[in-house]
Design a binder for this molecule. Structure first.
Ligand code: SF4
Length: 450
């Protein structure tokens, strides 16, 4: 019978069906990757460098890791032990860090989050339960997380980036009932068929369940009848010719701007904080009153962190006059404000550029709805209804902002080379260019309607 690991325990707490799927009918192995996973790995590596110690190898599977951990314990343990794997009966866990500190045995769960979240408590408590059941001393349970008030003042100096929160009292309070819950979840794993659980809020809380597509298959299409927007409920095409009138008055040239940014758990650039949205790419389309359109773009991989170069290149091509459009323009405004902070020499011009921003999102919300948008005004929902040839699904490799961030990291960390590197770079440029070209099409569509 499979073991109840920490990730299965947490999956089961979210939804018994999810746990059953994970054990009995998992998704096809695929290179699932996401920014939270990458951020978590980066923070784990940072903690290992911060607290050097013995590291239990993970690559040969759980039984081998458990055997290696037992040998370390039999030899007297280690002041700092990373990835200790411990089993008790049907339960097995891997502890991020076991540390001896002034005679105390500490279990430290490492999370790349910026605060203690409710789901961290059962997560840490299950580890403490299994450790103690296996006769591994745990006097204190801590959560090591990111301090988002930290600023990297000097390259390589990370004092203060890690915060240790003491979870011991909350974990002790959970332990008396946790064992029973773990036994019940282990039984779920052995059921012959998936338990009957209807989709609901648990599908997204505390994590997005990976089986949403499977559970939603065959389910009724999304019911929009209670949507707060009357036009969505009506389910018909809506176009308000007056609502987009301000577009006709927006002075030319019309610039269309989009930034791609990355949020790093462990800051790399002096002067930045964890999880700040740092620009690495922009695309700009400029449309003259004559209808003539030009395009400029910038992508920093090796040069990431040279914000002066990124800002200078933008200021060189963006017209000094006219309107600057973006979609959900607060994002572009924040990127420009951050660039102004990091590049004081360009601050005045960057602030002036931000002051010219016009947000196409609220204009579109007021002026337009198509039932195929399914209640969403995201650019990727709107564009296919007005320009079917611009469907984002047709793009190779990079189809959304997270895809651009993962591609950026793959390139920056040297995970791809040769022709794959060139293809991924092109995909990033194509994606960002499509975003601003979509804005050109959207503005034209709304202006024509106005
Ligand atoms: S999608 Fe929802 S109902 Fe289905 S397994 Fe996941 S959490 Fe459970």
């Amino acid at each position: 019978m499979a073991w109840l690991t920490k990730s299965r325990f947490m999956a089961g707490r979210q939804c018994a069906k999810r746990l059953w799927f994970e054990v009995n009918d998992p998704l096809e192995a695929h290179a699932a990757d996401s920014m939270p996973l990458r951020q978590g790995r980066a923070f784990d590596e940072f903690v290992r460098a911060l607290w050097p110690g013995r590291v239990i190898a993970r690559g040969r599977g759980m039984p081998a890791a458990i055997a290696e951990t037992s040998r370390v314990f039999a030899a007297g343990g280690a002041p700092v032990l990373h990835q200790a794997a411990v089993r008790h009966g049907d339960f097995a866990v891997i502890a991020d860090v076991l540390r001896r500190d002034r005679g105390e045995s500490q279990l430290i769960e490492v999370k790349a989050s910026t605060s203690v979240k409710p789901e961290h408590l059962p997560d840490a408590a299950f580890q403490a339960l299994v450790m103690r059941s296996a006769q591994v001393a745990v006097d204190r349970v801590l959560l090591g997380h990111v301090n988002n008030q930290f600023t990297l003042e000097r390259a390589g100096e990370f004092d203060g980036l890690l915060v240790e929160a003491d979870l011991t009292p909350q974990v002790e309070a959970l332990l008396p009932t946790l064992g029973e819950q773990a036994v019940a979840l282990h039984r779920v794993m052995a059921l012959r068929a998936a338990p009957d659980v209807a989709m609901g809020p648990q599908c997204h809380s505390p994590y997005d369940c990976p089986f949403i597509e499977r559970c939603a298959r065959g389910a009724a299409p999304a019911d929009l009848s209670t949507h707060r927007d009357e036009r969505v409920r009506a389910g018909a095409v809506f176009l308000d010719r007056g609502a987009a009138a301000e577009l006709r008055e927006a002075p030319y040239p019309h610039s269309f701007l989009d930034f791609e940014t990355i949020a790093l758990a462990v800051p790399e650039v002096v002067g930045t904080r964890p999880y700040e949205q740092l620009p690495f790419q922009w695309s700009l389309h400029v449309e003259q009153a004559s209808g003539e359109v030009s395009h400029g773009e910038y992508l920093a991989i090796e040069a990431f962190g040279d914000f002066d170069a990124l800002a200078s290149a933008l200021l060189e091509v963006v017209p000094a006059q006219g309107s600057v459009f973006a979609y959900n323009a607060g994002f572009e405004a924040r990127a420009l404000a951050l660039l102004a902070r990091l590049c004081p020499a360009h601050a005045t011009r960057l602030h002036a550029l931000a002051a010219r921003l016009i947000d196409l999102l609220p204009i579109t919300r007021r002026a337009y709805y198509h039932p195929r948008m399914q209640g969403s005004w995201s650019l990727k929902a709107v564009i296919p209804t007005i320009a079917p040839d611009l469907a984002y699904g047709e793009l190779a490799d990079v189809r959304d902002g997270e895809g651009a961030q993962l591609a950026f990291l793959d390139l920056r960390e040297g995970r791809v080379d040769g022709s794959r590197r060139a293809a991924l770079t092109k995909a990033m440029l194509d994606y960002c260019r499509q975003d601003t070209w979509s804005l050109v099409q959207l503005a034209r569509f709304l202006s024509a309607a106005a």
